[in-house]
Design a protein. Structure first.
Length: 258
């Protein structure tokens, strides 16, 4: 039986809670399943499909809320607007900032050539885009529009960024400074995407998935932030924070902190 919804703004909290619960549980199960599959984590992490499964759960139970929230995920063929292109351009900027900072601090500009990876680079690129879209259809294409019906344009990406960061549970088994820097990065990236999506009405999945995949690929090639060393992650967090501040400065929105 499908739940009926009213238009009261606080009603979005229930589907948002269900989304978060399903995303966490489904990703945990998928992560455990990956250990018994031959799929290399370098290519794709099965945990990335947890948010997509959570979208399905919300869409089944609250279809009248899910449909308008997801309406901007796609779009007609055509050019992307300026803010969408600016969002995509921000990803290599973040990677360049943290990789350049790492090179200046250590004197070692790290670069992992595609030929040194254990899987074909074209396969990694395609898989990274698919995995990023599986995440972003949940975090930015469903959860963010749902919460935006209740909260302001800065509050929502901060909340989504915190949940998204906490969803990366293994990161919090690392040193506290590493985990804190990672959380700064997820919240800052979420703010960048949130401010961009305030002005983008279509192609949201392609834009956010593309931005996410570019970040992942850039880190794979130029950084070693998953090694557990604090410095690379701290530089990544600082670079993401700077990008968020630049977006807030250049593309200000009316802020409602509720």
């Amino acid at each position: 039986m499908v739940k009926t919804e009213t238009e009261k703004p606080f009603d979005v909290l229930a589907p948002a809670g269900v989304f978060a619960a399903v995303a966490f549980v489904a990703s945990g199960v998928l992560g455990a399943a990956q250990a018994v599959t031959p799929i290399p984590g370098e290519v794709i992490q099965l945990t990335q499909f947890g948010p997509a499964l959570a979208v399905g759960a919300v869409a089944l139970w609250w279809p009248r809320l899910a449909r308008p929230a997801l309406a901007g995920a796609g779009g007609r063929a055509g050019t992307l607007d300026g803010y969408g292109l600016l969002l995509l351009a921000t990803a290599p900027l973040i990677v360049a900032l943290c990789a350049g900072g790492y090179g200046l601090l250590t004197g070692d500009a790290r670069f992992t050539g595609p030929e040194t990876l254990s899987s074909p680079f074209a396969l990694i690129v395609a898989a990274q885009l698919i995995g990023a879209c599986a995440e972003e259809i949940g975090w930015r294409c469903l959860l963010q529009p749902l919460l935006r019906r209740r909260f302001g344009p800065l509050t929502v990406p901060i909340v989504v960024g915190l949940l998204w960061g906490l969803w990366h549970v293994p990161m919090f088994g690392r040193p506290p400074a590493y985990a804190a820097a990672f959380l700064v990065a997820t919240v800052s990236i979420s703010v960048v995407m949130g401010l961009a999506l305030e002005r983008v009405r279509s192609h949201r999945l392609l834009l956010t998935g593309g931005f996410h995949a570019l970040i992942n690929l850039g880190l794979l090639l130029f950084m070693d932030e998953e090694s557990g060393a604090v410095a690379p992650m701290a530089l990544f967090g600082a670079s993401c924070l700077l990008a968020a501040l630049l977006w807030a400065w250049k593309a200000p929105v009316r802020i409602h902190l509720r």
